[in-house]
Design a protein around this ligand. Structure first.
Ligand SMILES: [Cu+2]
Length: 66
């Protein structure tokens, strides 16, 4: 499963926001968030550019860590 590091998630609301932002992207499903690890993992049915992921996360006030 692809996994990305996300900065700024603090609670269940943050996790839910990130989940819906990622799931709104074409080709991404089954998003799982780990607040302890600051990670989001997901299933990818097609290639999604990292810039698309970053934009979606940035748009809701979080940051993808490189
Ligand atoms: Cu929160």
């Amino acid at each position: 499963m692809p996994t990305i590091q996300i900065k700024g998630m603090r609670c269940g609301h943050c996790a839910a926001s990130v989940t819906s932002a990622l799931q709104a992207i074409d080709g991404i499903s089954e998003v799982k968030i780990s607040l302890e690890k600051n990670e989001a993992s997901f299933k990818q049915s097609q290639e999604v550019p990292i810039s698309t992921l970053k934009n979606a996360i940035t748009a809701i006030g979080f940051e993808v860590v490189d």
